[in-house]
Design a protein around this ligand. Structure first.
Ligand SMILES: Nc1ncnc2c1ncn2[C@@H]1O[C@H](COP(=O)(O)OP(=O)(O)O)[C@@H](O)[C@H]1O
Ligand SMILES: [Mg+2]
Ligand SMILES: [Zn+2]
Length: 412
């Protein structure tokens, strides 16, 4: 099938999103204000190569230069099928040396064979060696007539300043959920694919704004689901855990039910999901909890907000970071992952304790006053009675004399 190829836009108006790019390039073609070199930046699968080819057609269409290449003339067809001798696509990753660029410089000195413009598309241009960039720069400084360079890259930071200053740059953006979902729906309709609405959202989330990834996933899920795409099968393909699992997890954490917390993880693993899947899901869930808590967003986590203070959420994120380390570095990821989860189950004890320790350390080191520590100590308090005071403070905190929102409050 290869849906991403089948659904590669053939005209500017077919391109989804990237309005700023499309508009400027169409205007350039309309007014025949063509640059010698363009740079297209952006993550993979957002339309860089697609737009480069459409631009090549717009420049060379028999009716052109035109913002509306016909798609039917010989030039348009040759470019579409990749058979034009004048539109050359080079992969910068495998042609990164000086020799390849020298060859290219030779080539561009000759007039186009048939077309109006020779178009050189260099993909992943950031991979070129320094020498190669320098050679390229010479051509950009004295560009031959009728040659248009289009550079594409996912990592513009790696391109030398000297080159950047000689190109017209366009930043391609990740595609929005709406844009991706609409495109997928269009494809489903055309291909007579049955697909649940929820599945489309899941695909979008997994694609992280890449249209290519989204369309590939759609195809994968279609094959896996034997013609029908359901949220359930998609979760299996993608290792996405149900929201309900994390809602339960937070419930157990709030109840300080360590046993259930660990059992919940083990059940998930028994179903064939990985620690990595679990971690990924928990990050998303915590993120949503934070949004519900800080911004009052109404989502599945809204009801949990009252149980988790900002400090709690901070601490959960800190643990998520530690889990990531465990997954990446540890020889015993399973056990240490469970250890981190246990910490979460003891969140309500650990957070105030930590807070108390910090205050205590801090105040013992410094004779600070009220505004710093949130409570005051007489300047002339003897150091032993200070220590007593802090011990008492820690004791109180252990007994959970902490206000509901988690802030530490001490009555003098
Ligand atoms: N903006 C877009 N609008 C519509 N389809 C897109 C878009 N970007 C990518 N695609 C889809 O993804 C495929 C790969 O896109 P491509 O232009 O090669 O991405 P890039 O060069 O940015 O990695 C295309 O064939 C097309 O199916
Ligand atoms: Mg590309
Ligand atoms: Zn044409």
């Amino acid at each position: 099938m290869n849906l991403p190829v089948k659904y590669r836009p053939k005209t500017f108006d077919d391109v989804v999103g990237q309005e700023h790019v499309v508009k400027t390039l169409k205007n350039a073609l309309k007014h025949k204000k063509i640059s010698n070199a363009y740079l297209f930046t952006g993550q993979r699968g957002v339309g860089k190569t697609t737009v480069a080819r459409i631009l090549a057609k717009g420049l060379n269409c028999e009716k052109g230069p035109t913002p509306f290449p016909c798609g039917r003339c010989e030039m348009c067809k040759e470019i579409e099928t990749g058979n034009s001798l004048d539109v050359i696509e080079i992969d910068g990753a495998s042609n990164r040396g000086i020799d390849q660029i020298r060859e290219l410089r030779e080539n561009v000195r000759f007039m186009p064979v048939k077309a109006r413009y020779k178009v050189i598309i260099i993909d992943e241009v950031h991979m070129l060696t320094n020498e190669a960039f320098n050679a390229l720069l010479k051509t950009l400084e004295e560009p031959p007539e009728n040659v248009v360079f289009i550079f594409a890259t996912t990592e513009p930071r790696k391109i030398p300043e000297t080159v950047l200053s000689r190109v017209q740059r366009f930043d391609f953006r990740p595609l929005s959920e709406k844009a991706v979902v609409e495109r997928l729906k269009h494809i489903c309709q055309n291909e007579h694919i049955k697909c649940e609405e929820e599945a489309l959202s899941l695909i979008y989330e997994a694609s992280e704004g890449s249209m290519r990834d989204a369309i590939s996933l759609l195809e994968q899920a279609y094959i896996y689901g034997e013609g029908e795409i359901k949220a359930k099968t998609l979760r299996e393909v993608l290792g996405i855990l149900e929201e309900e699992i994390f809602l339960n997890l937070f419930k157990y954490i709030q109840e300080e039910n360590s046993k259930s917390v660990i059992e919940l993880l083990r059940n998930v693993l028994n179903k064939g999901y990985s620690l990595y899947d679990f971690h990924k899901g928990l990050i998303k869930a915590t993120y949503k909890l934070m949004e519900a808590s800080l911004f009052g967003y109404s989502n599945d986590y809204t009801d949990l907000v009252k149980y988790f203070s900002e400090q709690d959420i901070l601490y959960i994120f800190a643990i998520l970071k530690e889990m990531e380390q465990v997954l990446r570095l540890s020889n015993y990821p399973r056990a240490l992952f469970e250890y981190e989860l246990l910490k979460l189950a003891n969140l309500k004890k650990i957070v105030p304790l930590k807070a108390a320790q910090i205050i205590s350390n801090y105040a013992q080191q410094n004779d600070r006053e009220k505004e710093d520590t949130g409570f005051s100590i007489q300047k002339n308090t003897s150091s032993s009675s200070k220590t007593e005071l802090f011990e008492e403070l820690i004791e109180k905190l252990k007994l959970k004399e902490v206000s509901n929102n988690g802030s530490v409050q001490i009555n003098e």
